[in-house]
Design a protein around this ligand. Structure first.
Ligand code: BMA
Length: 897
């Protein structure tokens, strides 16, 4: 089973026993749990639905697919075909091209199972599908029980009559999502934009299915189908607690005020019994085993269906839930229990005591945009997350754990779950809760316009209700956002002007208004009151000057607009929810999808894993501005990562310096869905690019940032902590051999959340100095618990103009407590030190090493010390040949003569 466990979300307790009291039950028996849950994981198999349908498939394959083949549920048809060795790895070379047929076929899944003894004695028996991708017809013992058409809904079907004692057959027919969407498209008198859908014609916006399945500018097109989340048989009698969640209403002084909300689902039989017994109340008890509050009980007169109860809680001296870096993300546990007849039901959940507000108030610039956590404005540092695998059901709990470790290690405190992917797994939000990572949650709509007919709108509303109810209990959930880049597309990319008649244009916009200004905010108001809804990210497009004064911004002038990195320091938004730059993944990752002979920059295999139409050309163009542009892929990959890190560091530092004008920096994009050239900082296999190391450095509690001005320099300090600090700032101008040419030291202080200039003065450069061979190193030593403040290194020329010599780097290895420790020393400046060890991870990498300043780094690896000594390789920028690609005036790269 690949779906992660459910630690932390509401968990149905297995058994609870109490004292048997004769109420109205005929016989006195020990109470039993009211609810039983059986997951249907075993015995699944699948086949091509219509073996006789015309197809270009090889006969042997077509024959095999007409028979039943073992399947994994939850899963996808692609991963099942791969598991049965019927297709090659979809991610290998350009296999994507030959595997498009899978998305055009219909598939049938089935399993047989025995009805668990006693299950049918329950008053309610349901089959619950937590995720069907997408057009599914479900038959239980040949009886049609469900027709589903939305990947993001949770489908619960009453099967008390359809289920037989003994053996049952469950069959799920999954139709290709393409024809129904194309039909809906045909039926509309006008087109709807659907960015990145590589289908001809595109159809994704007509289906409630993950947009990225259809292709994206970092992803393949595999329009998969499957039973992608768990299937459960649920039986219950009397009543059950169907939901338990908490909201923190306020925290003032030493007291927190919370509301606990409990939902009790009551069967018709139970409701009848209670009214026959003279309207007997039901007792619901709420307690906190971890001591947030004592036991509280309420008696209610219940009706059939959902019954809501609220508990007002006052908690003295609460341990607050804090975002990563500002405190502990403390979680309490709560348990709700009830007794109906001789049946008891309990539900436990975890909750955090915290307030999170998005503050958007007029100010002298325009309008603020920041998050206030427990009354404190907090600068958000993080990234946008996309699904961890194109075939998301095969993501394991360990994959999520490793992602969150990397996020926390880089001092991030926010992730944006981007609207072209999926509402993530429960375990994702559990880990966000545990690590103090706030979640900006998009609804799953991106880069297109969607239909507005009543059945589509009703489907959207039902999906939103399911997902808001599923996720609202998480302390990490900060914001609901309607969509990605749709308002921007409509207003700035010309979508709104593309229609023949004003009435067509108005109809498309009306659908937008219905979904993003009525339905979604309505669902949030009803199901998750108190949590902010933001209609579209960004709120204004990057071409609009007002986008820097209010709202959140996707600043794509760099990369898509081809502006220089320096523009990041000039265009300072209120909250930067996207900006990015591409780099290649490491050669280890490239090797995972290529043969050695494929490994050159414009090889078709490499280009099959570069989904931006001019991605490599743009990288070369920007590289040529600052770095040598090597031809060999090995060197190119390395320099592309240095380049990406440099560009993004420009933005990270500028955004942090601009606090409180700017209050967030979320880079595009944290991760990949497959091995690819992309904007990610952490590739498909979890390998860190230089970018993620740069983020770790730039997001540390305290940042020192050096800025070169016309004729002068500024050294900034930026601090995000709960207390002020004092210390010394040391500036040293060094030549590349380590001689100190100039120095200065000043005493400084930084408040708890402050950004300011700590030092300013003329550039300490004399005429006789070779400015291509000097660096200004600035260090801040604080009397605080901030941990190391990374040094800031300022050069006076771009890397390609520096007089770099090939350094001699010596290293010592020793055993540390949980890792190996490597200490590196160099004779001359070593720029862009890249430590390479297969399957090894470093606490820092891609750094500049100064002579006379040994540097110690941790290595996490399973390899013994001697093996590491033998295998470790070091590369620096001086090792990269200066001759390579040149870019001509038309932007076309050519090997230099
Ligand atoms: C952003 C995202 C994605 C896209 C990225 C790079 O705006 O929202 O749509 O992958 O740009 O082009």
């Amino acid at each position: 089973m690949s779906v992660p466990g459910d630690e932390g979300r509401p968990i149905r307790m297995t058994r609870t026993f109490g004292i048997c009291m004769v109420l109205w039950a005929a016989a006195c028996q020990a109470p039993g749990p009211s609810t039983e849950v059986h997951e249907l994981v075993d015995g699944w198999e699948f086949r091509r639905t219509d073996a006789t349908a015309g197809t270009g498939l090889p006969t042997e394959l077509a024959e095999t697919l007409s028979g039943w083949i073992p399947a994994t549920v939850p899963g996808t048809v692609h991963t099942d075909l791969l598991g049965a060795e019927l297709i090659p790895d979809p991610f290998w070379r350009d296999n994507e091209m030959v595997l498009q047929w899978i998305g055009e076929e219909d598939w049938t899944y089935r399993t047989t199972f025995q009805t668990p003894t006693g299950l049918l004695e329950n008053e309610v028996v349901e089959l619950v599908f937590h995720g069907l991708d997408t057009f599914a017809e479900v038959r239980l013992n040949d009886r049609l029980i469900l027709q589903a058409d939305n990947m993001f809904r949770i489908w619960a079907v009453d099967v008390k009559d359809a289920l037989r004692p003994g053996e049952n057959t469950l069959e799920v027919h999954l139709a290709s999502p393409l024809p129904p969407a194309l039909e809906a498209r045909e039926a509309l008198p006008y087109e709807l934009p659907a960015g990145n859908d590589r289908g001809d014609p595109p159809s994704r916006v007509f289906v409630r299915k993950a947009a990225y399945h259809y292709g994206w500018d970092w992803g393949p097109r595999f329009v998969t189908s499957g039973i992608w989340r768990s299937v459960e048989l649920v039986g219950w009698r009397g009543g059950r607690i169907s939901d338990l969640h908490f909201t923190t209403d306020s925290v003032s002084g030493e007291t927190a005020f919370l509301t606990g909300r409990v939902e009790v689902l009551v069967s018709r039989d139970e409701a009848d019994r209670r009214s026959a017994g003279g309207t007997m109340p039901l007792t619901v008890t709420l307690s906190s085993p971890t001591g947030a509050f004592g036991s509280l009980s309420q008696e209610i007169l219940v009706e059939e269906g959902i019954n809501q109860l609220t508990f007002d809680l006052r908690i003295q001296d609460p341990r607050l839930w804090w975002t990563n870096g500002l405190g502990e993300p403390h979680l309490y546990t709560a348990l709700a229990s009830m007794k109906a007849g001789r049946n008891v039901d309990t539900l436990t959940t975890r909750f955090g005591i915290r307030t999170v507000e998005l503050v958007t108030e007029p100010d002298s610039i325009g309008e603020t945009f920041f998050f206030r956590v427990n009354g404190t404005p907090v600068f958000m540092k993080g990234a946008n997350v996309i699904p961890l695998d194109h075939f998301s059901p095969r993501v394991t709990e360990d994959d999520y754990r490793s992602l969150f470790q990397d996020v926390a290690e880089a001092s991030m405190n926010m992730l944006r779950v981007w609207g072209g992917g999926i509402y993530e797994e429960d375990v994702f939000y559990d880990m966000a809760d545990e690590h103090g990572i706030l979640i900006w949650q998009d609804f799953m709509f991106a880069n297109g316009m969607y239909p507005g007919d009543s059945s589509f709108l009703a489907n959207v509303e039902a999906e939103a209700i399911d997902q808001v109810r599923r996720l609202r209990g998480h302390a990490s959930l900060a914001l609901w956002c309607g969509n990605n880049e749709m308002d921007e597309g409509w207003k700035n990319w010309g979508w709104g002007r593309n229609y023949d008649t004003p009435s067509d244009s108005a109809a498309v916009r009306d659908a937008y208004e219905s979904i993003f200004h009525q339905i979604l905010p309505g669902v949030v108001r009803a199901e998750d009151p108190g949590r902010r809804y933001w209609p579209s990210s960004p709120s204004l497009g990057w071409g609009d000057p007002k986008s820097l004064n209010r709202g959140d911004s996707h600043y794509w002038g760099v990369w898509h607009g081809q502006e220089p990195f320096q523009v990041f320091a000039e265009k300072l938004p209120r909250f930067s929810s996207e900006f990015g730059f591409q780099a290649f993944p490491s050669m280890e990752t490239v090797a995972a999808f290529t043969y050695p002979e494929d490994r050159s920059l414009f090889d078709p295999t490499i280009l099959a894993h570069q989904k931006h139409p001019i991605g490599n050309e743009l990288i070369i163009d920007y590289m040529g501005r600052e770095y040598p542009v090597p031809e060999g892929l090995d060197d190119f990959v390395y320099v592309s990562q240095l380049l990406q890190a440099k560009g993004m560091l420009t933005a990270f530092e500028a955004h942090r310096r601009a606090m409180p004008r700017t209050m967030g920096t979320l880079y595009w994009q944290l991760n990949d869905t497959w091995p690819v050239v992309s904007w990610s900082g952490r590739d498909y296999f979890g390998r860190w690019k230089a970018l993620h190391y740069a983020a770790k450095k730039a997001f540390a509690t305290t940042l020192v940032s050096s800025v070169l001005k016309e004729g002068s320099m500024e050294i900034w300090g930026v601090r995000e902590a709960q207390d002020p600090a004092e210390g010394m700032l040391d500036l040293r101008l060094l030549d590349f051999s380590g001689s100190v040419l100039w120095e200065d030291s000043v005493q400084v202080n930084l408040d708890k959340r402050e950004s300011k200039v700590l030092w300013t003065g003329p550039r300490p450069l004399t005429e006789e100095l070779d400015t291509r061979r000097v660096v200004l190193a600035t260090d801040l030593r604080l009397d605080s618990r901030d941990g190391d403040v990374p040094s800031s290194l300022l050069y006076f020329h771009p890397p390609k103009e520096l007089n770099l010599e090939v350094p001699t780097i010596r290293f010592d290895l020793e055993e540390g407590e949980e890792s190996l420790r490597i200490t590196l020393e160099t004779d001359v400046l070593a720029k862009g030190v890249f430590l390479m060890l297969k399957d090894g991870r470093f606490s820092e990498n891609f750094f500049d090493l100064l002579p006379g300043r040994p540097r110690t780094t941790s290595i996490w690896t399973d390899k013994p010390l001697e093996q590491v000594r033998a295998e470790l390789q070091v590369r620096t920028l001086a090792d990269v040949p200066k001759e390579g690609f040149e870019v001509d005036d038309s932007g076309t790269p050519a090997p230099a003569r």
